[in-house]
Structure formats: structure tokens, C-alpha cells
Design a protein around this ligand. Structure first.
Ligand code: S3P
Length: 441
């Protein structure tokens, strides 16, 4: 959870200087959640290497423990073991399940709990999470027979799940969302027949890859791999999962090096799943100097090292099916746009309004305070570069990706940036401030 209740001291970030060296980013957040959750519903032990030791996965682990799942302590660098309780083994928790700041925890868990008959679960989280829409998961689950109650016609947490027998069905989702897709597929594991999810564009496919590795039967097809069918009946078996570094965390270093004069960085062990690599496509379109070294496959996910150096950048235009492939990188891309020659346009990104904060409004407000020429639209941003940013008093507004994006902006700003609520970074990247200090020259 973002410790926003305790007032923190703003962080002073001086502009200028450069970046040099090698950094290994922490484990992928999406894969970490899934490894814990799928390990919990499997038979036998799951061993997880490289699990992200940050607040969001800790929320998932705490919820699982509250339902009787043994999860070993989560420490940086250590292996984590999960003793699976099987598809229907969760105990009814005595207390509210606290999902903290984590949308993935709440949404995937709704899918996992909806079919646990004769059990009652209540899920809640911090102020940000309690303001995020949950009907996008509740409505399709209701089509399968789920009973979920929440504030404002079931749209907001706290949510109560009254476990029911579920039936398989075909569901067309209005937005491309891996959280929604995954929740439906997880509910489908114990439904009475096959469950098909059809998305408007492909969202990240970590659930499909990992469920298959655990032994589930999944068929993926349709135009652009937008249709996934899960056929229930197989039990899941505990696995060894190796979590690659998170490309969404690497994105801060990729943009930082691309915009900072003289910079040269290598980011090691980055997950390069094609449903996540939109950031590389855009940086390439901008003319950034990025090389993929040592491409390899680790536990069913493509991985590589990324070498990036500073150079002149051109404006970019993004929208449509590319957006789900870089949805979490848009805040830092907005920073890159300030340093690129010309007018950059981000469209079809209305989903950013329902992330940990309204990221379109927050980035327009905070980068605007640093002198960015940034215009906010209903579904995107228009940013004119190159703009000389200036140090200012800015605020993460409790959003981890905003905190780190503003830190990247501060590197090229004239003078000192004072960043309020920097501790939000710990939601996905606890060592970010130490890495930043170490890489600066
Ligand atoms: C995630 C999916 C994305 C992403 C989030 C993690 C996941 O959300 O923004 O940070 O792990 O499935 P949506 O599925 O809502 O787009």
C-alpha cells in the first residue's frame, strides 16, 4: 500500500549530469502476481525465483496467506515457495482481504474467488484502489453466475463475493485489459464448460503462458490473438517460475538514457514478451539508440539485455492496438515527448484515467508545472518538444509510475525538482532511488 497517510519529506532532485552503468530491474509485477496466485491454486509446491519484492506482490501474498495458503517470506534475491491448496482449497478468510494499491490483486482474485461455493470473501484496498472501477470484472463474472456486491451498483470496493457454481460462456470485453481477461479465465478453471474471452485488441498474455505451463488447457486464436478459450478439467501442478525483470520498470532507464546528454546504460534481464514491448517500438520510431543483447527464453518468456544511449529524438504518434502493449509506459513516454523534436500525440489511451491515478490529468498537471507544453484530451495527450524543462515543486499524487517518470524528467530539468510523495515508487520498484543515485555521473 502507498504509505500516503504518513506525511513524507519531498525528495530534492538536481538536474544536469549524466547516467552511466548497468542496472538489473526488479522482477516483472504482472508475472509475480500470477506466479503467487497460480502457485496457490496448483497441487504441490511452486518455487518462484526473481519475484518482485514490492508492495503490490506483498499484497497478493498477504491475501493468499489470509486464506490458508503457505507463502514463504518474500525477500529481495531469495526464492519464494508457495504450497498450493488446489483449485478449490481457499479457506474463508476471517478478515477483509486487503489488496493495498494493487488492481491486479483485486481483479484476478475476484476471478479466483467467484466460484468458491459456500464461502464469503470481502476485498478492499487503499483509497486509490477503492476508487477504481471493478464492474468491468464483476459484470462478465456475473454472466458466469457469480454474485459480487459492491458500492455504486457493484462498481467499487469494498466488494463482497458470495461463492457460486459458475458456468462457462463466451464473453466479449469492451476494453483490452489483461486484468479483466485473466479474471474471467481464472473463474473458468472451475466452470461447468469452456470459457472464451474475446478482446478488442490483444492485452498482455502472461496468464495464458503461465496457466499452460501449470497444466491448464488453453487455445488462443482469432485476429491478432484476441480470442482465448479455457477448457476446465485439468488440475494445475506446481512449477518453478523464473520471473524476468519488468520492462515497465526498465522503461524509466530507457527513457532516462535516451534523453540525458552523454548517457549510456545497460538494463539487464528484461522481459521482452511481445505483448509488452510497445515501448521499444516507440523509442525506435523516435530514433533512440537501443540494442537488444543476448536474447533468450526463460521459463516461457522472452528475455534480453537492453543497451541504450543518448541521441536526438523525433516526436511520435501512438494509438489503437499499440496502446495495450505500452499502457503503463505512457507517463514516461510523455517525458520523452518533451525532449523530442516536434509534436507527439498519444490517443486511444482513456484507460489511463482509471489506473492508480488519472495518469493523463496527473502527468499534464505535473509536467506542466515543469514547463512542458502539454495538452490533455479525453483519451490522450499532445506534447510539443523540444522544451527546456525547469525544476519545480511536483507531486507523485501517490502513483508509483508518476513518481519515477517525474524523476526522469528532473534529470533534464534546469535546477532542482522537489518531488512530493516519492515513496510511491515502492509499489513496483523499491530500489529505484538507490539505482538512480548509483547510475548518475
Ligand atoms: C496488468 C494489466 C494492465 C496494467 C497493470 C498490470 C496485469 O492493466 O496496466 O499495471 O498484470 O494484468 P489492465 O489490464 O487493466 O489494462
Amino acid at each position: 500500500m502507498v504509505p500516503s497517510q504518513a506525511p513524507s519529506t519531498p525528495l530534492q532532485l538536481s538536474g544536469g549530469g549524466s547516467l552511466r552503468g548497468t542496472v538489473g530491474v526488479p522482477g516483472d509485477k504482472s508475472i509475480s502476481h500470477r506466479a503467487l496466485l497460480f502457485g496457490a491454486i496448483a497441487e504441490g509446491e511452486t518455487r518462484i525465483q526473481g519475484l518482485l519484492p514490492a508492495e503490490d506482490p506483498l499484497s497478493t501474498a498477504a491475501c493468499l496467506r489470509a486464506m490458508g495458503v503457505e507463502v514463504s517470506p518474500i525477500q529481495a534475491g531469495g526464492e519464494v515457495t508457495v504450497q498450493g491448496v488446489g483449485l478449490d482449497g481457499f479457506q474463508e478468510p476471517a478478515e477483509v482481504l486487503d489488496c493495498g494499491n494493487s488492481g491486479t490483486t483485486m481483479r484476478l482474485m475476484l476471478g479466483l474467488l467467484a466460484g468458491r461455493t459456500d464461502r464469503h470473501f470481502v476485498l478492499s484496498g487503499d483509497a486509490s484502489l477503492r476508487g477504481r472501477p471493478m464492474r468491468r470484472v464483476g459484470a462478465p463474472l456475473a454472466q458466469m453466475g457469480a454474485v459480487i456486491h459492491g458500492r455504486k451498483q457493484g462498481n467499487f470496493a469494498p466488494l463482497a463475493v458470495l461463492g457460486q457454481p459458475l458456468r462457462g460462456t463466451t464473453i466479449r470485453t469492451p476494453v483490452a485489459s489483461a486484468q479483466v481477461k485473466s479474471a474471467i479465465l481464472l473463474a473458468g478453471l472451475t466452470a461447468s464448460g469452456p470459457t472464451t474471452v474475446i478482446e478488442p485488441a490483444q492485452s498482455r498474455d502472461h496468464s495464458e503462458r503461465m496457466l499452460r505451463a501449470f497444466g491448464a488447457r488453453l487455445d488462443v486464436g482469432g485476429p491478432g490473438l484476441t480470442e482465448v478459450t479455457l477448457t476446465p478439467g485439468s488440475s494445475l501442478r506446481g512449477q518453478t517460475v523464473v520471473v524476468p525483470g519488468d520492462i515497465s520498470s526498465a522503461a524509466f532507464w530507457l527513457v532516462a538514457a535516451a534523453i540525458t546528454p552523454g548517457a549510456e546504460l545497460t538494463v539487464r534481464n528484461v522481459g521482452l514478451n511481445p505483448s509488452r514491448t510497445g515501448i521499444l517500438a516507440v523509442l525506435e520510431q523516435m530514433g533512440a539508440q537501443i540494442t537488444v543483447l543476448n536474447p533468450r527464453e526463460v521459463a516461457g518468456e522472452p528475455v534480453g539485455d537492453l543497451q541504450v544511449s543518448h541521441g536526438p529524438l523525433q516526436a511520435f504518434e501512438i494509438g489503437g492496438e499499440l496502446i495495450p502493449r505500452l499502457v503503463d509506459e505512457i507517463p514516461v513516454l510523455a517525458v520523452a515527448a518533451c525532449c523530442a523534436e516536434g509534436v507527439s500525440r498519444i490517443r486511444d489511451a482513456g484507460e489511463l484515467r482509471v489506473k492508480e491515478t488519472d495518469r493523463l490529468a496527473v502527468m499534464a498537471r505535473q509536467l506542466g508545472a515543469m514547463g512542458a507544453r502539454i495538452e490533455e484530451w479525453e483519451d490522450g495527450l499532445t506534447i510539443t518538444g523540444v522544451t527546456a524543462l525547469r525544476g519545480a515543486a511536483v507531486d507523485s499524487e501517490t502513483d508509483h509510475r508518476v513518481a519515477m517518470s517525474l524523476a526522469v524528467a528532473s534529470l533534464v530539468a534546469e535546477g532542482t525538482t522537489s518531488l512530493d510523495r516519492p515513496e510511491a515508487a515502492a509499489v513496483s520498484y523499491p530500489g529505484f532511488w538507490d539505482d538512480l543515485q548509483r547510475l548518475r555521473v
